[in-house]
Design a protein around this ligand. Structure first.
Ligand code: ADP
Ligand code: MG
Length: 625
């Protein structure tokens, strides 16, 4: 090309392109999602910039994304994705498309090189491949772009970035066609021989619906052609309905369907080609719809594309409300499938709350303390009706609306979790049980934190916590209380941080209570003991550490004091038997005593308090051999 500058890709980019091209064939559908997502970002950027610099809006009327496939005379097939967004200067073309500017992409790369191919496929969902995914379907890609007009750049020039899939270089040159775009970016992909399916409008519509219907609030239009029988009018014959495809006219993305006007008495018909821009994402956004009309799959896909999570959410709540200060809003709250590794490493975690005002995205940065720490993992989209559109973040953080919104979100989250727990407890739906089980696996410790730190809500959070016992894999506090023995006046627990429930269950203290049929909470997790100590009582029953004094039993007169007396009586009664035993077992055992630890077995051989345990002895013997 004239005036073209040849550049060699930064080595990271070359590596990434290689992975993309070689190992992601079966995931190549994602290219469209990535390009639409970039187009959305570019228009979003334009819109935000225009709030302070209206000049950037010149060049094109509308904010939209268009898709169009066509065959060239030379036989190649092209797919064009175009947006009326912020555009790029030639320097930006080089920097943004020729280097790995985005940390997400670098992370993808780092992980991809350690994973096998199938793993890499999953990574796409997590990180996104961005622009480079276009090479999954194209031999050659041209990116024509014109930067938005600003006082610093009042006469932007349209440039092209061009690169082939099998080349380690790219070129940037002034677009020989001149400024055809008006504003924005146009990505032209010369499709590979085996990627011609992407010219099929049915296929493209399907893809957009599946992966991108939630990716943008701006309209996506798809160019379609179909043939139709239309009547021939006597005065105005055939040529009228045919709309020529016109590169220059593409700014007005919606071309009226020309078949609207039907003559009253048609005498003859003829076949014409009807060209039409079809609006693909014409449904209102999911949070604006009646929850009854939204399917589970739609909620899941919306979550996955909004929060860039490859996994499905574990649960959600779709609700509308009023902040109390008069601001009405609609919201969807999601429970993700995992807790970020960083959750336990920091004091505060910024919550993922996407705030919109009247369908327009405002910010997802509501500050570090947007939600209490324990709940900061929840993912939320909120659309408010009447906040000023250009409200700054600092201002926003201090509005009453936001404070109220936070407490509503926490309340809803607790409500959602409680419902899930209740549904699981009915034990009549395996999916409900599995969903709650997974929530509990992931968030149990976070919920303990909530019960400890969120004074206002601890009574509602505590019932969601699950703890292992000597009788069951786990229980809620309410279940424990229901399950208590007649007359039981305390909630028994044994706490020893770091020990597994299995080990704790073998403790002498637990064994004794177990024998009497009492359930004992086995607390081995870091927050467990703080959790019960902070609550102090539950349903009027105080928590009691079974390794400490103060145990009370409700059944009969089994007070530790009474027990001592009883023990002495027994010792006297059975002294002759004990003496006989001691004589017979001399040398083999250290002592013979009357035990209160046993219930069903007549006798047991146990380790001396100061001696080796049976296990230790076995190990030592093995070593000495
Ligand atoms: P990411 O979107 O994660 O930043 P991409 O590889 O998708 O990574 O895009 C790289 C960069 O190229 C973007 O950050 C953006 O600056 C620029 N870019 C890509 N597509 C467009 C576009 N349609 N309009 C304007 N800039 C774009
Ligand atoms: Mg991108």
């Amino acid at each position: 090309q004239d005036g073209a500058h040849k550049h060699t890709y930064q080595s990271d980019v070359a590596r990434l392109r290689k992975i993309v091209i070689n190992s992601l064939y079966s995931h190549r559908d994602v290219f469209l999602r990535e390009l639409i997502s970039n187009a959305n970002d570019a228009i979003e950027k334009l819109r935000l910039t225009s709030l302070t610099e209206p000049m950037v809006l010149s060049g094109a009327e509308s904010m939209n994304i268009t898709l169009r496939a066509f065959k060239e005379e030379d036989g190649t097939t092209k797919l064009v994705v175009r947006d009326t967004g912020i555009g790029m200067t030639p320097d930006e073309l080089r920097a943004n498309l020729g280097t790995l500017a985005k940390s997400g992409t670098s992370e993808f790369l780092a992980r991809a090189e350690k994973t096998d191919t199938t793993g890499t496929g999953n990574l796409i969902g997590a990180f996104g491949l961005g622009f480079y995914s276009s090479f999954l379907v194209a031999d050659k890609v041209y990116v024509a772009s014109i930067a938005a007009k600003t006082p610093a750049n009042p006469e932007p020039v349209q440039y092209v970035f061009a690169s082939s899939a099998d080349d380690s270089t790219f070129e940037v040159y002034p677009d020989p066609r001149g400024n055809t775009l008006g504003r924005g970016t146009e990505i032209t992909m010369v499709l590979k021989e085996d990627a011609l399916e992407y010219t099929d409008t049915v296929k493209v519509t399907e893809l957009v619906n599946k992966h991108s219907s939630f990716a943008t609030q701006f309209p996506i239009y798809l160019f379609t052609e179909r043939t139709e029988e239309v009547p021939i009018e006597e005065e105005t014959p055939a040529e009228k309905p045919v709309k020529e495809s016109d590169e220059e006219a593409e700014d007005e993305a919606v071309v009226e369907d020309v078949t609207d006007e039907v003559e009253e008495k048609p005498k003859q018909t003829q076949t014409v080609t009807v060209e039409e821009w079809v609006h693909l994402n014409s449904q209102p956004p999911i949070w604006m719809r009646d929850p009854k009309t939204v399917t589970d799959e739609e909620y899941e896909l919306f979550y996955q594309s909004t929060f860039k999570d490859y996994e499905k959410p574990l649960g959600w709540a779709h609700f509308s409300g009023d902040s109390g200060s008069g601001t009405a809003f609609k919201a969807i709250l999601y429970i993700p499938s995992k807790l970020d590794d960083s959750f336990w490493q920091s004091q505060q975690t910024a919550a993922d709350i996407r705030l919109m005002v009247k369908r327009v995205f405002i910010t997802s940065d509501l500050g570090e303390d947007a939600l209490p720490k324990w709940a900061s993992w929840v993912k939320v989209v909120v659309d408010a009706e009447d906040l000023p559109l250009n409200v700054s973040r600092e201002l926003l953080q201090n509005t009453r609306f936001l404070r109220q919104l936070k407490s509503i979100i926490v309340k809803r989250l607790i409500q959602t979790l409680t419902k899930m727990a209740e549904r699981a407890a009915q034990k009549d739906d395996e999916e409900d049980e599995l969903a709650w089980w997974r929530v509990s696996q992931v968030f149990n410790n976070a919920l303990k934190l909530g019960a400890v730190e969120d004074g206002k809500n601890k009574e509602k959070i505590a019932p969601l916590v699950r703890l292992p016992t000597n009788q069951r894999k786990d229980t809620s506090l309410d279940e424990y209380v229901e399950n208590r023995k007649k007359g039981q006046k305390q909630i028994f627990y044994l706490a020893d941080m770091g020990k597994s429930p299995e080990v704790l269950a073998k403790s002498v203290f637990v064994e004794k209570l177990n024998a009497r049929g009492y359930e004992v909470l086995l607390l081995g997790q870091p927050l467990d003991e703080i959790f019960v100590q902070n609550l102090r009582i539950w349903k009027k029953l105080p928590f009691q550490d079974v390794a400490k004094s103060g145990l009370k039993f409700g059944d009969e007169d089994q007070d530790p004091e009474d027990e001592k007396e009883q023990q002495q009586e027994l010792a006297e009664t059975y002294k002759p038997l004990l003496d006989w035993f001691k004589k017979e077992t001399q040398g083999a055992v250290r002592n013979v005593v009357i035990s209160n630890r046993l219930v069903t077995s007549p006798c047991a051989i146990v380790a001396d308090t100061y001696g080796y345990t049976a296990n230790m002895e076995k190990m030592l013997n093995a070593q000495n051999q």
